[in-house]
Design a protein around this ligand. Structure first.
Ligand code: FRU
Length: 529
């Protein structure tokens, strides 16, 4: 009897102990999720949970922008890759959908692209709706483990319901590996000029071009890039497209080429090249080549946090924009950033334009205009004289955690113009123009949590100023944990993330130039549903 009683007490204690442990764990989880949520951006895409890297398969169809992404649904660091999926009507507010592509016996699903096969060149169509075709890299982990060189191949899958569900092609892979370890990230475009599907693929230190009539049979056309441009690391995630040079009838081809490491400020970065494509070979424009050889200043973004970005396919001709978006992180620390529930965000969508201004061609990027539909409350100042540490705006006027700020400064002197974001916890991020060095900078070494990686804020990031104008224009897009700065109308762009102890509340400026004046200052609060 006593034995039975003791057993009863033991069992109930064990049960209540277990229950307590479970509840405690739940509380802890709830706590860490809430703690985490303070770093969740207000308007940049993040997956609800788990690890994300590169944007993939971006296409527009029937009113929706589709964004797929490298996704590991079982953890918050990189793992076996899937394609996650989100859609948006304006590239600002995203709805996450079920996972689109799962790994299979050929391997993990690495980065790639998607096109709308309007003419059913693949024969995948059912006669009612054009097939959407995804072209991606298979990464076979078994081959990698065995130490082989041929474990990355290219495969395709198609969707007959606007990207919701996918069928893998039965004869995958469509491109076998020729014995190159890093052989990945196919970006396919319909090359209207030469009436072919054109693929650009990253292969170690080169971009390879392939052509096809049906997206299934591919012929190698040419190679580009060995010893050209930056080569501090492996080339990844290319993109290629023709662009009209603004204000002219001239058409040039732009090749976007990410690499890791070896970015402008170390780690991951994305450079670009401007030239011509004759249906087989990409060749650099001679002026561009000349400038590139003298000084390589051709980067889509000079900040540390814009990687693997590519453009949307199937944007209607009536729109005609080149719309771009990148992964807002850097392989130097992406897996250590202080969020647990999810890891990484995307940049805002941007519009790319190609301009020729005196020297050679240059790619400009500015926010895609859809973001402006979210302007809610404006604060404008025509002109503001800057003395040392002039406060421009604080929480009395506007909540800085979802904001667009723009202004200009004319008559620049050989001086340093520094802007600061502050919070009451003493965190600061500073950035601006060092007009002695003709260089922009951003310093996040005091921006809050930084010690999760020594690479995060080892030294300030810099960017060359590429115009000679004595008028500086600045446009800043601020979210809870990121800043995207578009200088000189998008000629030099810097994107960086940060993790402050509390939201930034004031924006101020400082310079030694006694006559400096900020003009046309507009601060727009952005409001999201
Ligand atoms: C770039 C990258 C790609 C690859 C993918 C794997 O960030 O390394 O080259 O396809 O990530 O997740």
């Amino acid at each position: 009897m006593l034995k039975g009683f003791i057993l009863f007490i033991f069992i109930s204690l064990t049960v209540s102990c277990n229950e307590k442990t479970k509840k405690e764990t739940q509380d802890e989880n709830a706590l860490s999720i809430n703690e985490d949520e303070k770093y969740r951006p207000n308007f940049h895409f993040t997956p609800k949970e788990h690890w994300m890297n590169d944007p993939n398969g971006m296409f527009y169809y029937n009113g929706y922008y589709h964004l797929f992404f490298q996704y590991y649904p079982d953890g918050n660091v990189w793992g076996p890759m899937h394609w996650g999926h989100a859609i948006s009507t304006d590239m600002v507010e995203w709805r996450e959908l079920p996972i689109a592509l799962y790994p299979d016996e050929l391997g993990y699903i690495f980065s790639g692209s998607a096109v709308v096969d309007h003419n059913n060149t693949t024969g995948f169509g059912d006669g009612t709706t054009p097939p959407i075709v995804a072209i991606y890299t298979y990464h076979d982990p078994k081959g990698e483990k065995e130490g082989r060189d041929d474990y990355q191949t290219q495969g395709i899958a198609y969707s007959l319901d606007e990207g919701a569900t996918w069928t893998k092609y039965e004869n995958n892979p469509v491109i076998n590996n020729p014995g190159i370890k890093d052989f990945r990230d196919p970006k396919v475009v319909w090359d209207e000029i030469h009436q072919q599907w054109l693929m650009v693929l990253a292969a170690d230190d080169k971009a390879l071009f392939y052509g096809s009539k049906n997206l299934k049979d591919w012929e190698k056309l040419s190679e580009f890039g060995q010893n050209i441009g930056a080569h501090g690391g492996v080339w990844e995630c290319p993109d290629i497209f023709p662009m009209q040079v603004e204000g002219t009838d001239e058409v040039k081809w732009v090749l976007i080429q990410s690499l890791n490491p070896g970015g402008y400020n170390s780690g991951s970065g994305t450079q670009y090249f401007v030239g011509d494509f004759d249906g087989k070979e990409f060749t650099l424009d001679p002026d561009f080549k000349n400038d590139l050889e003298q000084e390589h200043t051709y980067w889509i973004d000079f900040g540390k946090d814009n990687y693997a970005g590519v453009t949307w396919s199937n944007i209607p001709d009536t729109d005609g924009r080149k719309l771009f978006l990148g992964w807002m992180s850097n392989w130097e620390y992406a897996q250590e950033v202080p969020t647990e529930t999810w890891r990484s965000a995307m940049t805002i969508a941007r519009e790319l334009t190609l301009k020729k201004d005196g020297g050679s061609y240059r790619l400009f990027s500015v926010p895609a205009k859809e973001l402006y539909n979210y302007r809610a409350k404006s604060f404008k100042v025509d002109s503001l004289s800057i003395q040392k540490n002039t406060k421009i705006v604080g929480t009395e006027q506007i909540d800085l955690s979802s904001t667009e700020l723009s202004f200009n400064i004319s008559d620049l002197k050989e001086d340093i113009y520094t802007f600061y974001l502050h919070n009451p916890k003493g965190d600061t991020i500073s950035f601006g123009l060092d007009n002695k060095k003709n260089e922009f900078f951003i310093d996040r070494s005091k921006s809050g949590l930084i010690d999760f990686s020594e690479k995060f804020s080892q030294k300030p990031s810099v960017a060359p100023r590429v115009t000679e104008s004595d008028k500086l224009t600045v446009q800043i897009i601020l979210d809870e944990t990121s800043i995207e700065i578009f200088y000189d109308k998008g000629a030099s762009v810097m994107t960086e993330i940060f993790f402050p102890h509390a939201p930034f509340e004031t924006f101020s400026v400082s310079t030694e130039d006694p006559n400096a004046v900020i003009k046309n200052l507009t601060i727009d609060q952005l409001k999201f549903n």
